[in-house]
Design a protein around this ligand. Structure first.
Ligand SMILES: C[S@@+](CC[C@H](N)C(=O)[O-])C[C@H]1O[C@@H](n2cnc3c(N)ncnc32)[C@H](O)[C@@H]1O
Length: 275
């Protein structure tokens, strides 16, 4: 028992030490986007939020609480499945946790993106955080994509309570159909949250296609990079892609920066959101 506790404390100590070294290494590059990511992480870790942030988080978390009580059944027919699941279980299993949503919110606030893309709306929890971050910005637009029609409807209702309908667009349909349609449009993104269809081939295909649809400096946030052996391989390939300047491995999420003003390529960091 005591040995287990000592091992845990030693591991936390080592993580903190490594983290300190990584932060020093990051600061040497003096890259604005890298610095914004680090500042967002640091604010989440120390819960250093403004009253406005607290209010935004409260609004989103009240919505989550409602969903976690909702026993309405959702059909997965669009995926060719006869499965159904209750909203409360979908919310528990698929929606990003509060800490990761707060990180996305701060990242968006700090980098002022004009076009944000999310692959994987689900019930719109992460989307609510994104909308809270841009609701005062008349120029920013948010596109989010989801296959399940009932989820699109639920998320859309909540989104309309946060921002004007011209701010967001929920693209309903299977990604195989909606993604090629999106690529044909003249839209270039500067913040991209890839949180749906966590297979190696799909993740790499989204990255390869979206590289040509960005406005650098652009930030990609890949969720669940260690969720499966396939996703680990996808993350390795993305990290080492020749277009990538910096990556930050947060274990759960992988952050990619593509910045045309930066000469450094494939510089890799690892940080931790917990310690
Ligand atoms: C992990 S959830 C997204 C969670 C959400 N970003 C959040 O944090 O609140 C992924 C979503 O992607 C949708 N999805 C997965 N594969 C899809 C596909 N091929 N076409 C359309 N939607 C898909 C699922 O239905 C699911 O709702």
């Amino acid at each position: 028992m005591i040995q287990k506790k000592i091992r845990k404390h030693l591991s936390i100590f080592r993580t903190r030490l490594n983290q300190k070294k990584e932060l020093e290494r990051i600061s040497r590059y003096n890259n604005t986007t890298l610095n914004a990511i680090v500042a967002s992480l640091s604010k989440v870790k120390s819960a250093d939020f403004t009253d406005e942030d607290h209010q935004a988080f409260q609004n989103c978390e009240n919505y989550r609480t409602e969903l976690l009580r909702d026993e309405t059944l959702i059909s997965y027919e669009i995926f060719g499945s006869d499965k159904t699941a209750m909203i409360k279980d979908i919310c528990k299993n698929a929606a990003s946790g509060k800490k990761w949503c707060a990180f996305l919110y701060l990242l968006s606030k700090k980098t002022n993106p004009s076009d944000i893309l999310e692959i994987g709306t689900n019930l719109g929890i992460s989307g609510c955080y994104v909308l809270e971050s841009i609701k005062k910005d008349n120029m920013a637009r948010f596109i989010t994509m989801e296959g399940l029609p009932q989820l699109c409807k639920i998320a859309g209702k909540q989104f309309s309570s946060i921002a004007s309908p011209s701010t967001y667009d929920i693209r309903e349909g299977l990604f195989d159909v909606t993604f090629p349609q999106l690529l044909k449009q003249d839209i270039f993104f500067d913040l991209l949250f890839i949180d749906g269809n966590h297979t190696k081939d799909a993740t790499i295909a989204y990255f390869k296609s979206l590289k040509d649809k960005i406005k650098p400096p652009a930030i990609f946030v890949f969720d669940d990079i260690n969720w499966s052996p396939e996703m680990k391989v996808a993350w390795e390939l993305i990290k080492n892609d020749s277009s990538v300047n910096f990556t930050i491995d947060l274990y759960k999420q992988g952050i990619v920066i593509i910045d045309e003003h930066e000469s450094e390529k494939n510089v890799q960091f690892a940080l931790n959101l917990a310690y």
